[in-house]
Design a protein around this ligand. Structure first.
Ligand code: FE2
Length: 248
C-alpha cells in the first residue's frame, strides 16, 4: 500500500467536479468553491478530482498542464482556509472530430495520474470518429470513462445499443446524481435507473458546478441509497474511485 493511500481517509471520492474557481462554467470564485466543497464534504466525500471542460471551443486554454498548476493553487487555498479536503487533477475532455490531434498536442488529461480519462461528447447522430477516438485511447493504454451518457440528447432509437456496445468494448460509464432527481429530464431519469438496474455504471459522481443547483445533486445521493442500497452507493462512489486513484 502506497503512503498516499494510507493518508487518504476512507470515504467517497467525487471523480467529476468543476470545483476550480473561475476556470470554466463551474465555481466562479474561491468563496463558491469553499461553499460547494464544504457541502459535498458534508455528504461524505473526502476528496474530488477537478475535471474542468477541455478541448471545448469555449475554453481553449484549459489544458492538462494548466490544470495541474491550478489544482496545486486550490489545494493551498483550501489548506489556508482550514478545509481538510483532498484534490486531484483531471479533466472532462469534450470529444470532437479532432480530439486525437488535440491530445497529441496537449497531452491526455488523465484522472489523478491514473490511466483513466473522463470524457463527454454531444452529438445527435452517432459518428465514426467517436469509436475511433475511444479505440485510439485504449490502444495507447488509457481507460476511457464516458461521463453521464444518460444525459445525451440523442434521437436515434439505437442510442441505448451504442451505449451497451461501448460498455462491452471496455468503456466505463459514469452517471450523474442529478439525473436521479428528474432535473436533467425524463430520458436521463429513466436511463440512469435502467442502467443502474443492469449494473452498467462503474461510477456515480456529482458533476458539481456551483453551490447553486447543488441541492438536487445531493438529493440524488439519497435517492440512490434508498432505491439501490448503501452497498451499491459505496461501490460507485467510494470503492471504485479509490481503485481508480490507487490502481485500476
Ligand atoms: Fe462536467
Amino acid at each position: 500500500m502506497s503512503d498516499a493511500r494510507t493518508t487518504i481517509p476512507i470515504g467517497r471520492i467525487d471523480i467529476h467536479s468543476h470545483a476550480l474557481p473561475a476556470i470554466d462554467d463551474g465555481c466562479e470564485s474561491i468563496e463558491e468553491t469553499i461553499e460547494a466543497l464544504t457541502a459535498v464534504q458534508g455528504a461524505g466525500f473526502v476528496g474530488s478530482i477537478c475535471t474542468p471542460h477541455m478541448a471545448s471551443e469555449v475554453y481553449p486554454t484549459i489544458t492538462p498542464q494548466h490544470v495541474g498548476v491550478w489544482v496545486d493553487q486550490l489545494r493551498q487555498q483550501l489548506h489556508q482556509r482550514g478545509l481538510n479536503y483532498h484534490l486531484w487533477a483531471g479533466g472532462e475532455l469534450r470529444l470532437f472530430e479532432g480530439s486525437i490531434d488535440w491530445m497529441k498536442q496537449n497531452g491526455v488529461p488523465t484522472l489523478a495520474d491514473s490511466r483513466c480519462v473522463l470524457l463527454d461528447f454531444w452529438v445527435t447522430r452517432w459518428a465514426r470518429w467517436i469509436n475511433k477516438t475511444f479505440t485510439w485511447l485504449m490502444s495507447e493504454g488509457y481507460q476511457p470513462i464516458w461521463a453521464h451518457p444518460e444525459r445525451m440528447n440523442f434521437d436515434d432509437r439505437k442510442f441505448e445499443k451504442y451505449v451497451r456496445d461501448m460498455a462491452r468494448e471496455g468503456v466505463l460509464l459514469q452517471g450523474n446524481f442529478q439525473c436521479m432527481t428528474g432535473e436533467a429530464g425524463y430520458h436521463a431519469d429513466q436511463r440512469i435507473r435502467r442502467w443502474l438496474d443492469e449494473g452498467l455504471y462503474s461510477f456515480l459522481a456529482m458533476d458539481m458546478h456551483r453551490p447553486l443547483g447543488l441541492e438536487g445533486r445531493l438529493d440524488g445521493i439519497t435517492m440512490v441509497e434508498t432505491e439501490y442500497g448503501r452497498t451499491a452507493l459505496d461501490t460507485l462512489t467510494r470503492d471504485n474511485p479509490r481503485r481508480l486513484i490507487f490502481g485500476l
